[in-house]
Design a protein around this ligand. Sequence first.
Ligand SMILES: *Cc1c(COP(=O)(O)O)cnc(C)c1O
Length: 436
Amino acid sequence: MRHDTKLAILGGAPIRSRPWPSWPRFDEGTERSLLGVLRSGRWAVSGAYAGETCWERKFAGRFAEFHGVPYCTPTTSGTGSLTLALLALGVGPGDEVLVPGLTWVACASVVLAVGAVPILVDVEPDTLAMSVSAARAALGPKTRAIMLVHPFCTLADVDAFVALAAETGIPIIEDCSQAHGAELRGRKVGTFGAVGCFSMQQSKVLTSGEGGAVVTRDPAIYDRVEQLRADGRVFSDRPRLGQLELLEVGAVQGRNMCLSEFQAAVLCDRLAVLSEENAHRAARARTLETLLGQVDGVSTLHRSSEVTAPVYYNFVIRFDLAEFQGCSIDTLARALGAELDTRVFPVYRPMNVHPLYRPLDTPRGTMPDTEWLRRDPSRFSLPAAETARATCLTLTHPVFLDDDASMDEIARAVLKVKACASDLLTLPQGSTRDAF
Ligand SMILES: *Cc1c(COP(=O)(O)O)cnc(C)c1O
């Protein structure tokens, strides 16, 4: 394969000059639904019943059905979903929750926000998901939940964690914010633990700008989540025209985490194309995996053959930096980004050094040292997360809505950067902004 000899980051011609597919996507159906909400006068579940099932209930029904579970509660965000899951499971002050050491900071900050202590657990090097052996070692008498995130483009070891939960009685909260629609042996993720949580924020594969959802099979959990997210109110069984549909009859201390009708309408519309978009991305990603499989010095994440429907949120490429003249991962990210004219980023910083995770900067009240210092991120050791941050790059999912020729360009960009890696050593090797 022939390469231009000058890297785009050093002023050469980039490999990619066509635009990438845009994200988020919508069509005329989305526009019609949104206009319908606008004109209906019912913009939120807390509005009056207008004679039809509101969008929020429609989305709840469709998302539950999509997962093959009886219950779903839409929420404001992934953060909201995780918060509601923790509260519904009764997690609070004094408790500990296992959280992966390599994920978005919200996974840990929600635990702090309910008064509990995040226990940061290292990841498996070949999936970047929480390591079951590290989780086992981190269990203690105060552990009340395991937050299992399906990260990037692969799944956590669901079977091992389900076995651990069965053995210990500690419930799993599955965070599927990066894996909407992924399946293991034909069963959707989010249905293996006690509760499945989703974010529908702008960057996710199913989005309404902001948004979220909680799914469960457990009627008691569902009942609590429903009340918790609407200040304790619950839907009337027999709504009356022009009357409020949410009744003040709940029995919990709640908060407002309700999805708006605009967001719910967008989600109903986009859910209808999710499986098709997931399949499209997966086909492109398989092409790229095959192409990268022929390049020495790079590899992709491990996925069990039992994953019957993979979901590619961020496609991860692992680098053997020695094959790239010892360049830093950040410099490789910038060089590849310039060749491809798209965002190429390292994975998250490990949570114990993440600049946005600052538990000791939160109000302490009268908490004694022994309790307070359990929150100190620096007491956790996350060597696999550190290695991942130093050696892995991600491509975002809209890239995979494109064609196979684009996958070829990505592989060519990797080869070009590899062939010219020594030229990169003249550039600063410092770190790039994390941006997920
Ligand atoms: C995006 C994300 C969240 C947070 O979702 P928000 O909607 O931004 O609150 C939580 N967990 C994971 C794994 C995510 O990717």
